[in-house]
Write a protein that binds this ligand. Sequence first.
Ligand code: G6P
Length: 610
Amino acid sequence: MCGIVGYVGEKNCIPILINGLKRLEYRGYDSAGIGFFSLGSTHVIKSKGKVSLLEEKLNSHVYESHLGIGHTRWATHGVPNEVNAHPHFNSNNNLLIIHNGIIENYQTLKTSLKNMGYSFISETDSEVIAHLIDSFLKKGNELLKSVRLALSEVEGTYGLAVIYEKEPDKIIAARKGSPLVLGIGEGENFIASDVSAILAHTNQVVYMEDGEIVEVFKDKFITRTIHDEEIQKEVHEISLSLDEIDKGGYSHFMLKEIIEQPDSVTNSMRGRLLLDDGNAKLGGLDNVLERLSNCKRIIISACGTSWHAGLVGEYMFEQYAHIPTEVEYASEFRYRSPIIYPDDAIFFISQSGETADTLAAMKEAKTKGALALGICNVVGSSIARESMSGVYTHAGPEIGVASTKAFTSQLVVLALITLLLARKRGMKLDEGKCIAEHLSKIPEQITKILELNSQIEFIASEFQDAKNFLYLGRGFNFPVALEGALKLKEISYIHAEGYPAAEMKHGPIALIDENMPAVFIAPKDSTYDKIISNIQEVKARKGRIIAIASESDSEIDHLVDYTIKIPDTTSMLMPLLTVIPLQLLAYHIAVKKGLNVDQPRNLAKSVTVE
Ligand code: G6P
């Protein structure tokens, strides 16, 4: 989704902005631009498409500038083109803005600004902000006051940065509902929508909160509320290193992140899994543990892949902790006036911690008095900070748009929470120890599955031309079927559906023929016999079948076209293993189709608009 970077200091800002925008590419975008002051005037260079195209344009000029802002745009209002790309000018061409988020009342503002004589060149909602600020400048206000007054008229969300030729020593930035962070350097300061854009220069950051505005100079920054009260902000040191956000020799971030999973799931359980006690220790839940373990109901709310992790969590919590659990899309949860009781506990799962729907749903739950807990990967993210308590997944930065290692780490954290709650609510020591033991073996079992990479690559070559795919699983592996299908459609653009295998005969079976491959997730568990019947039903209709099966299962080979054999574990942890071949299958199919795996079309890593 849109990205922001800004610099003020002694160095030439152009390469800093371009490199910052490259670091933001993973978020998903379709055009890019930078704006800066040089030789007494304001310059804007924009380009449709990749940041490399913007860079090419810049190569034909030699600019030197010490203050500038850059933006990657993910189109919402108006097609991706140069005119709609940010920065946007005011009418005097001496003020620039870049904006993440959506201005919901932009039509009303546009009409009144047009009546005041302003004309618009883009189709964006963002351009109104430039003219609105300009209208307050024209009344004799300084820049800071003009920005504050403009924002008081704006409805919607923003991460905003503004520069003005007549006050050329500062960037003004503000936040409401869209992430914004300051980077503090020596004689230089930065702004960004995401720390990865500025990590090459500093690890000292200040997280801006909703309703805050900042003036950023090269040697200081002044933070205020939007109502003009000065506030002091804490400077945080982030431990993320640049290596962690590099490809590390892999052809794609997605492949690197798939391969990293033995380590990332280990990091998720490190220091938390108590093998001898058959239990888990989660410091982030200590202060709410009594309330959580006595809750009458758990709700899990999330979007995308995190929602799929939530579905696995539902099965875990109900079967082992015996707490009724519901899972809901955050976007639906927020708007359907949910009935929430004070003795409900609600987990909000989000890799980025910035997904607008999930953040809004969490705020809604808090106002209704529920225990609102976060399961996030990005430390210091909005959802992590907004939650009453929570657990970090510690998967490390995930850059590939299609989520992989974040999902398995979410599953590990859900398994740890299950163990903690179940043991507190009466699970016997032996059963706890058995689950803990199985969990501790997951990293080496994932390593074993990753050794099947070339077999899976071969299967991918057999199916790369398929137009549709069906993914089928039961019980704990039904959410994995959904996740496998999502991975495939996200990066290969092949239409894929995930279904509970038994539901196939209530509709999808009509689609089965020799052109409709079906992926069955069929480990030897309590539903194995039933799923074999479903496999027979597909075979009888000439469907081609790939099965994810237990390594101890030799019979299934005769029934299906391709088998991918995985080690055994307890059924609640099976998704941690069954999902790995599905991630690799989607990855290889997309690579064979020559697609941009890490930045698939139209998708964003972190969806900061509703
Ligand atoms: C986007 C991403 C998905 C992700 C979803 C939820 O759609 O492309 O990969 O699962 O957002 O993101 P979150 O950061 O909240 O887990």
